[in-house]
Design a protein around this ligand. Structure first.
Ligand SMILES: [Zn+2]
Length: 168
């Protein structure tokens, strides 16, 4: 039943991408809106980060991922949670007004419940990432390379682990 549904969904989606000329991608049997989203999902798996795709919107901002990764600092609660926007940019420095970065040091939902430690902006590759969060007794600006060993190697492995679904 599951495989039948999946095949059916892929068929209807193929029609959609032909119409829109939109490049989508498959990773681990899951369909992603963009190739870059799929690569990030693969990267999170390789890094041992928990991830959720297309989480609920925060106000007018619609993040692409929610992730949870471990933190061993005694003053943290064992992990950090980010809500992430993915943009197809290698240099994200000019995007400092992106909505994701207006949620530094905490994301709350409509009932003011804390749902993540920060909004984050991720571009193309582990060096093109940015967020600000509390950590230990302080905190500040972070990027993926502060939290993942051999991030470049993991990224290369993530890139080759996805299948592109092209419009033609
Ligand atoms: Zn921490």
């Amino acid at each position: 039943m599951l495989s039948h549904n999946r095949r059916h969904n892929n068929e209807s989606f193929t029609i959609g991408i032909k119409k829109e000329y939109k490049m989508t991608a498959v990773y681990n049997g899951l369909l992603f809106d963009t190739e870059l989203d799929a690569i990030w999902a693969a990267f999170f798996d390789l890094a041992g980060w928990q991830w959720w795709y297309n989480p609920v919107s925060v106000g007018n901002w619609k993040p692409n991922f929610k992730v949870k990764f471990p933190c061993k600092h005694s003053e943290c609660n064992g992990s950090h949670i980010l809500m992430i926007s993915i943009i197809p940019e290698k240099d994200i420095s000019s995007w400092r007004h992106h909505p994701s970065l207006s949620y530094s040091y905490g994301v709350t939902d409509s009932s003011n419940k804390h749902i993540a430690d920060s909004g984050a902006l991720f571009g193309i590759g582990p060096f093109s990432t940015k967020w600000e969060m509390a950590h230990g007794s302080g905190g500040g600006t972070e990027d993926v390379t502060n939290w993942v060993n051999d991030a470049n190697k993991l990224w290369e492995n993530a890139v080759v682990s996805i299948d592109t679904v092209s419009a033609n």
